[in-house]
Design a protein around this ligand. Structure first.
Ligand code: PHE
Length: 516
């Protein structure tokens, strides 16, 4: 192993960085509304089961694969596998595409924070005689293409400066300050949210089984299989899995650190923050909706509206302290977004740094980071000027395999290929590679540099060989259902399970590559 490779300053620093990667827009935005959409409590239970039996297993596998190979995703797969050499590419394309909209959404959060800050400092509503209204503000923001592009640029500059700083002096340092700060701010917002009148309705919505349907928040409870798909997709995205990020972060991890325990801490923290975000967001949105006379069935909990319309209305209706909570809330979302974005950028950049390293060149970080940032900025500008479809920028293959697959937005287009397809596929293939081509002991050997646990080994073997591949086929089908609606969901299940069967056979009949 090269001794020149960068590494984390401490295990705590690594945990902060990994939790920072995991905790992102997915937790604060995706989790609460998907939980709502899927009927609250049922979703939560399925989510937690998936996190333990699938998420935890893939987390351990990715960290171990990264540490064993000392490479980012592309290099790692190339090093260990014969038949799945190419899978690393999925895990580098995905983070690249995700960044196209992550940067734009981060830019939106900057705009909202600035707006609340201006209200706090200068009392804009006094001057203009009207409250900041979520819907109007949002629409005029989306219409201002130049403004959105500039804030996307700002977001990228900040991320670039952090990543350029290096693994320990940049990424780790940011997270060591950012994560505790985020946690404290989240608690402040939760306390405010839960003391709003009618907040308890939101709590019931989240935790009382069946309440969401009974009270009329959603028309009907979705079936278990589709909840499985949604929860699985959400869990993967939220834990930053199958995107090369954890492989990359694992490659900077010291051999003496305990991978199983670290993975447990990361999975637990991410789930905790998702739940906390739910507590901060859902009761406030529901309470404000009820208090302002919006019919229960129309309270917006989903999509971009939740973060940028519904919640801004909550802050605007809060009275004098509203802008302050607005600033705190959007700032915490910005920190969450940056800490995830830098891991996505690192997952892409590491490919080029690894390549240079194998040729004996080091000190490439600045150059690589600049180029990666520039490339991401280019695609992000497209998503940005599209303004979630409101400016109608032309999208390729709009109706591929069915009706309006990407709802006319660039964000959905990018999301489909990355989160929808590359991610579940990469996770499925990874589990087949480890479970059947390389055999679980190959990975466990690496895992146990930290500490051995025979109980975990049995659990790991069963999950990586059987539970994960099958679960991933369901997740893949679920994602296909979401993005391609061509009338029949059966087609997607058949497709997902055929893919599973084919690669299962390939993996099981392959010979383990003997690595020196
Ligand atoms: N986990 C992040 C979130 O919840 C997103 C992310 C995915 C970050 C993959 C890195 C890698 O928003």
């Amino acid at each position: 192993m090269e001794n020149k490779r960068e590494s984390w300053g401490s295990n705590l620093g690594f945990i902060m960085a990994a939790v920072g990667s995991a905790v992102g827009l997915g937790n604060i935005w995706g989790f609460p509304y998907k939980m709502g959409k899927c009927g609250g409590f049922t979703f939560l239970i399925i989510y937690i089961l998936l996190a333990v039996f699938v998420g935890m297993i893939i987390m351990v596998s990715e960290l171990a694969l990264g540490r064993k190979s000392g490479r980012g995703a592309v290099g790692a797969y190339q090093k260990v596998s014969k038949r799945f050499k190419w899978v690393g590419w999925l895990s580098i394309i995905a983070p690249f595409l995700i960044m196209s909209f992550y940067a734009v959404l981060g830019g939106y959060c900057f705009q909202y924070m600035s707006l609340n800050l201006a209200e706090l400092g200068f009392g804009l509503s006094e001057i203009f005689g009207q409250n900041i209204s979520g819907a109007d503000t949002f629409n005029s923001m989306l219409g201002n293409q130049f403004g959105c592009a500039m804030f996307t640029f700002l977001f990228m500059i900040i991320c670039m400066l952090i990543v350029k700083g290096g693994v320990s002096a940049g990424i780790e340092k940011f997270n060591k300050i950012g994560m505790p700060a985020l946690f404290v701010m989240l608690i402040v917002v939760i306390i405010r949210a839960l003391t709003l009148p009618n907040a308890v309705e939101g709590l019931k919505f989240m935790f009382v089984p069946g309440y969401a349907v009974k009270a009329g928040f959603i028309p009907e409870a979705p079936d278990v299989v589709s909840v499985l798909g949604t929860a699985g997709g959400q869990m993967f995205f939220s834990l930053s899995l199958a995107m090369g990020a954890m492989i990359t972060y694992g490659s900077y991890l010291d051999k003496k650190e305990n991978i199983v325990r670290n993975s447990g801490v990361i999975v637990f923290s991410d789930t905790l923050v998702a739940l906390m975000a739910g507590l901060a967001v859902i009761p406030a949105a529901v309470a404000n909706g009820i208090n302002s006379g919006v019919p229960v069935g129309e309270i917006a909990l989903g999509g971009p509206k939740l973060l940028f319309v519904t919640l801004q209305d909550v802050f605007s209706n809060m009275g004098a302290s509203g802008p302050l909570f607005g600033v705190i809330f959007y700032l915490l979302v910005i920190i969450a977004a940056i800490s995830s974005a830098i891991s996505l950028m690192e997952a892409v950049g590491v490919y080029f740094m690894d390549k240079a390293e194998t040729k004996g060149k080091t000190g490439m970080r600045t150059k690589v980071t600049l180029w990666v940032s520039a490339a991401i900025l280019a695609e992000a500008i497209v998503v940005s000027i599209d303004g979630l479809g409101s400016n109608g920028v032309w999208i390729p293959f709009q109706n591929l395999l069915g009706k309006s697959n990407w709802n006319g937005t660039w964000l959905d287009f990018m999301d489909c290929w990355s989160e929808g397809i590359a991610m579940p596929l990469a996770a499925m293939l990874m589990s087949l590679m480890i479970g059947w081509e390389l055999k679980p002991d190959y990975m466990l050997e690496e895992v146990h540099f930290g500490a051995a646990s025979r109980v975990f080994d049995v659990f790991y073997k069963i999950c990586i060989r059987f539970v994960v591949p099958v679960a991933m086929a369901f997740v893949l089908a679920g994602q296909l259902n979401e993005f391609f609606n061509n009338g029949s969901q059966t087609v997607h299940y058949v497709l997902a399970f055929v893919i599973l069967a084919v690669f299962w056979i390939i993996a099981a009949t392959g010979n383990k590559k003997t690595e020196k």
